[in-house]
Write a protein that binds this ligand. Structure first.
Ligand code: ADP
Ligand code: ZN
Ligand code: ZN
Length: 808
């Protein structure tokens, strides 16, 4: 509890302005608000949730409004997390309020859950009378007195007033209180099917059922036990509505589906092999020293990095400290989570975006209270309030999902390192294909390099074969998606009951509509991009703004009827596969088929269970999955990323190909990888095929050094956007004055049209800024923000991306 009462509070709000806003605290809040607590305050006509960053008694010069509601009795962000928030805001040039909001997103849902009581008019009258006369200490009287000033949450009242609940009930009955309730949110009947388990207790006598209900009941009688509703819907026609109506009349019970991880089979710890042991020993020594150290655990795919993480976490717990494991967004599957759950039991908290708000908020609380000392989470997990943090592991540290592609554009990996330094904690960055930056830091001795050079049990790395598609064309005279060699290999796997993964890349596997007369491609009307044909709903779709239109029969430009499709959509690839291999059971996984995270897990689970022979998908399938029966990985085209106007193109291609290859042969049966390409001599393709990281790194680092790209410079991307082309151009010319005049060690490229010059009806110009000095870069970017604020540009006009991974 803070000492004394404060009349004012400075609140950082999620708005594009830099300063905090001062609010007066109502009497009831004066003792309770502390820095790090969230408050709801009025802002213009809106109500916003912000974070208190200071409480004081110095009256502001202007008149201020009153804060409305306190959401936390205890700070959700402690001093150190607030400091980390300030660092993040400054380094990434983002408004502090937006950073603090990103840090507290796991708690978002609680706001709606809170039950808040306020006085009705009758209650207000009663309170006034009481306060005049009766100084009594009865709960009801206390409640009325407290509520005189402000609506208050049930939880808070329960803490302040003995037997509050009963008194509240009686006041509600008398009509003195009203409640702002949100039970509907939690009504289980409204939850999505995947999140519900159905329990059937027995056939009701004498109740008339509809046809669908009868069918469902018949099925449930044949299959006793509880069922996931989504699965029931697949098994029984109309099961969803039937189950919901049966539940409403009380004949079925629903309960929320527990986190899937509990159903994972336990796996006993492995005895570390010598390389794992050596790596672990080094990490353990560092943990014991209680000093900041950063390790790069560079282990080939299947070398057993996870086991090293688990041991490191155990060692951290043994020291009474907490540990945080970050994994890429898509890799946080129940299988991964389950491993941690089984090793650490109830000490694990999982921050999974597929969990409901309530679940996530619950996990957050457990972390804060210290009940959960091991946290597994994705990018935003880096801000989890782990008690006495001693270790942060960043698995697949090269993964691009650690970078948030919206404000605040932070990198979870890099924030992790800063956070660990502040806590005297250790960091372990793990990868089979470390980012150039990380490996370079290891080279320079800033990180300690630990290597796992071999797969577990000396299993061979998969043999990789390049298939030259130019040669294939010369021989077959056919522009086929699949080479004869790849088809043959898939067939062999089918015959032997083994599984195949086929990697497509969305961008390259799209169909466009082209006019043969005028040569025009059908474009989005809001963005300067070509529309993609989606066979499933027979529409032309924009991947940037979701604009959709029907497939035209005439060219919109020249009215010619000679419009035709070019390119191969991933749907078409799937079709071609069906045609060539009719018996194969094919699952497809890309952003079209995978909408929710749960769905993604469902497909993966089914594939793991061998419900499918072939999994076709985009990058998603290349990420750290461990499916032993996959003995063939086919890359349909290695070339797609290489043509991109992006200095990371080679690195990205190398990582994707190596990681994809790493999915093969992880079980007892050795695996093979086939990569189709028209660039077999490109170094990214060649070294990926040889799974030779070191030579790739050597070659790539020379290029980066010569071109002064990261890690040899600090890089930022600055984007200006406006609905009119003139405005966008004018702004970029104006702001160019901030970036010039030429300085030693600073290079400003631009303004130039952005790679996609128009998105969602906004014109886009950009600068790429390279600076030898991180400090200079940071100063320039902050100056640019001030410039935009001073000129009152629209808050979305200027986008600053520090350490960008994509070119916006
Ligand atoms: P990586 O993350 O390095 O690609 P994993 O951590 O997924 O590799 O490990 C690959 C497989 O080897 C997993 O199935 C894991 O359970 C197993 N494994 C790890 N360490 C050992 C060990 N010391 N002995 C036997 N099996 C191990
Ligand atoms: Zn035309
Ligand atoms: Zn569009």
């Amino acid at each position: 509890m803070p000492e004394g009462a404060f009349e004012y509070c400075d609140v950082s709000l999620p708005v594009p302005l830099d300063q905090p806003f001062t609010y007066r605290l109502p009497l009831t809040l004066r003792h309770r608000v502390q820095p790090g607590c969230r408050l709801i305050v009025p802002f213009g006509v809106r109500k916003l949730t912000g974070v208190a960053i200071a409480c004081h008694n110095s009256p502001p010069e202007v008149s201020v409004r009153e804060a409305l509601r306190l959401l936390d009795e205890e700070p959700v962000l402690d001093e150190r997390l607030l400091a980390l928030g300030r660092w993040t805001a400054s380094y990434y040039c983002a408004p502090l309020g937006e950073v603090l909001r990103a840090m507290t997103t796991p708690l978002g849902g609680e706001i709606r859950r809170t039950r808040v009581y306020s006085l009705t008019d009758a209650g207000r009258d009663a309170a006034r009378q009481l306060l005049l006369g009766d100084p009594g200490e009865e709960p009801a009287v206390q409640l009325l007195r407290l509520l005189e000033n402000r609506p208050l949450s049930a939880a808070w009242l329960a803490r302040k007033v003995p037997q509050a609940e009963r008194a509240i009930r009686s006041l509600v009955r008398k009509g003195f209180l009203e409640v702002e309730d949100s039970h509907a949110e939690r009504d289980p009947l409204r939850a999505s099917s995947a999140r519900l388990r159905v329990q059937f207790s027995g056939r009701p006598a004498g109740v008339k059922l509809t046809k669908a209900q009868r069918e469902l009941v018949a099925y449930l009688e044949l299959h006793p036990g509880s069922h996931n509703l989504a699965e029931l819907e697949r098994a029984v026609h109309n099961a969803g509505p039937a189950a919901r109506s049966l539940a409403r009349s009380g004949l079925l019970t629903f309960r929320p589906e527990g986190p899937l991880l509990r159903s994972q089979p336990a796996r006993p710890p492995h005895k570390l092999n010598p390389a794992q042991q050596e790596a672990f020993d080094r990490i353990r020594t560092a943990i014991q020293s209680r000093q900041f150290h950063t390790f790069l655990l560079h282990g080939v795919t299947g070398s057993g990095k996870t086991e090293v993480y688990l041991c490191a976490i155990e060692a951290t717990l043994a020291h009474g400290r907490g540990a945080l494991l970050l994994v890429p967004e898509i890799a946080l599957t129940p299988a991964v989570a389950g491993q941690f759950y089984h090793r650490f039991g109830d000490r694990v908290a999982i921050l999974h975006s597929a969990f409901s708000d309530t679940e996530r908020a619950g996990q957050w609380r457990r972390i804060r209270s210290g009940e959960a000392g091991v946290v597994v989470g994705t990018r935003s997990g880096v801000f989890a309030p782990v008690r006495d943090l001693g270790l942060i592991v960043v698995d697949e540290e090269h993964d691009h999902s650690y970078k948030q592609e919206e404000t605040p554009r932070y990198s979870g990996r890099d924030v992790a390192i800063v956070r660990a330094r502040d806590h005297n904690a250790c960091v372990v960055l793990g990868s089979a294909t470390p980012s150039m930056e990380t490996r370079y830091n290891a080279e320079r001795g800033r990180y300690v390099l630990l290597r796992l050079p071999e797969r577990i049990e000396k299993r061979p790395l998969p043999g990789v074969e390049l298939i030259d598609m130019r040669q294939e064309f010369l021989e077959t005279r056919q522009q086929a998606t699949f080479s004869r060699r790849l088809l043959q290999a898939v067939r062999e796997r089918l015959d032997s009951g083994e599984q195949t993964m086929l990697l497509l890349n969305r961008r390259g596997f799209s169909s466009f509509l082209v006019c043969r007369s005028c040569g025009d491609r059908l474009q989005c009307r809001n963005c300067s991009v070509t529309l993609t044909y989606h066979r499933r709903d027979r529409r032309m779709l924009c991947h940037y703004c979701n604009y959709a239109e029907r497939v035209p029969t005439l060219c919109p430009k020249c009215q010619s009827e000679h419009v035709y499709f070019v390119g191969q959509g991933s749907e078409r690839v799937e079709e071609e596969l069906h045609r060539r291999l009719p018996v194969a059971r094919v699952a497809r996984m890309d952003s079209d088929t995978v909408t929710g995270k749960r769905h993604y897990e469902t497909i993966l689970h089914a594939f793991r269970e061998h419900d499918y022979d072939i999994l076709v998908g985009t990058q998603m399938i290349a990420k750290g999955h461990d499916i032993p029966n996959v003995t063939l990985v086919g890359v349909v085209s290695a070339d797609i990323g290489l043509g991109m106007p992006d200095f990371r193109a080679a690195e990205r291609t190398f990582q994707l190909l190596t990681q994809a290859a790493g999915r093969a042969g992880r079980g007892q049966i050795p695996g093979g990888v086939l990569i189709q390409t028209v660039n077999p001599e490109h170094y990214a393709v060649r070294f990926a095929a040889a799974q030779d990281y070191d030579h790739f790194y050597e070659k790539e680092i020379q290029f980066r050094r010569a071109m002064r790209y990261p890690p040899f410079s600090a890089l930022a991307n600055v984007l200006l956007r406006a609905p009119g082309r003139e405005d966008a151009m004018r702004m970029s010319t104006e702001i160019a004055s901030i970036f010039g005049p030429a300085q030693e060690g600073l290079r400003v490229l631009g303004p130039a049209e952005a790679p996609v010059p128009r998105i969602k009806n906004e014109f886009r110009y950009q600068f790429l800024i390279k600076s030898v000095s991180r400090k200079t870069l940071n100063e320039i970017l902050h100056a640019a923000r001030r410039f935009a604020l001073d000129r009152k540009w629209s808050p979305t006009a200027l986008v600053i991306d520090v350490d960008p991974l994509s070119l916006l």
